[in-house]
Design a protein around this ligand. Structure first.
Ligand code: HEC
Length: 255
């Protein structure tokens, strides 16, 4: 084998200047240093594999994935957000000359130049030097992109109201609602629907009315006299209907 002194490399890299077929030595040349793939080596691999598997399982149990409720394309109150590793591209689209009529710049040209440059780097940067200090352009661009990605991600994260975001995607309890029942009609006629929503699961303006644990009398009282952020006098009908409405709401249970 050609190695050690006298061997010529490309630049200061580890690539030999003369191309030689890379034929590995026979195992017999490493007495006492070889190991059977089956079962010895594979057993070790499997052991490491199971440690990782169990580790990941523990992690997923300790930190369940932050799932939100089922996506609803008609829900205009929900603002979707890309995953964290795309936030910098998302942020780019918020700047004047990269959004609106200039969407092409923010969506294609800037990311295209950045990723295209990365792809072309091996062809552009053909110098023999390897130390970062001896490659000012490559190092400079790398630091510049790194700083931009960190800055844009930071700006994007900073602009989000994370509590509101969590509330937006929260999994709401839903109940089987009979929209033909008298109770629902009274609910609708009195405008409760405007705040508590058509599924009674609440929204930005009011809490959910499903599984409140309130008695019909308490609900009737709130409907007439309000409570906290809910103004009084919301219920405008007669007492008979109020009983129907209160009973209807008190029976709602989460599915
Ligand atoms: C203007 C919006 C609005 C309308 C209309 C409205 N509510 Fe409310 N409702 C609220 C808000 C806000 C709350 C939370 C009050 C608080 O701060 O405790 C609430 C709370 C309630 C509660 C108590 C829920 C709980 O778990 O404590 C009930 C019951 C209720 N509303 C019933 C009704 C009924 C019945 C109607 C129709 C007659 C109605 N609401 C109409 C805004 C509204």
């Amino acid at each position: 084998m050609h190695r050690g002194k006298g061997m010529k490399f490309v630049g200061d890299s580890r690539i030999p200047a003369e191309r030689k077929p890379n034929i590995p030595k026979d195992y017999s040349e490493y007495p006492g240093k070889t190991e059977a793939f089956w079962p010895n080596f594979l057993l070790k691999e499997w052991m490491v594999g199971s440690v990782f598997l169990v580790g990941y399982l523990c992690l997923t149990i300790a930190h369940p994935s932050p799932l939100e409720r089922v996506a609803d394309p008609t829900d205009t109150g929900y603002l979707p957000l890309p995953d964290w590793y795309f936030l910098f591209l998302y942020q780019l689209l918020k700047y004047t000359y990269a959004s609106g009529p200039y969407n092409v710049i923010g969506g294609f040209i800037i990311p295209g130049l950045a990723f295209g440059g990365l792809m072309l780097a091996p062809f552009i940067d053909r110098g023999p030097k390897r130390r970062p200090t001896q490659r000012p352009f490559a190092t400079g661009f790398m630091l510049l992109s790194f700083a931009s990605v960190v800055y844009l991600t930071w700006e994007s994260v900073d602009a989000v109201d994370w509590e509101a975001k969590e509330a937006m995607g929260a999994i709401v309890e839903e109940a089987e609602i009979d929209t033909n029942s008298d109770g629902f009609k009274i609910y609708q006629e009195n405008g409760c629907i405007n705040c508590h929503g058509d599924t009674l699961s609440g929204g930005a303006a009011a809490p959910s009315l499903i599984g409140t644990g309130l008695t019909p009398e308490e609900i009737a009282n709130i409907a007439k006299n309000g409570q906290g952020g809910m103004p009084a006098g919301m219920y405008k009908g007669n007492d008979e209907d109020l009983v129907k409405l209160s009973e209807f709401i008190s029976t709602l249970e989460a599915k």
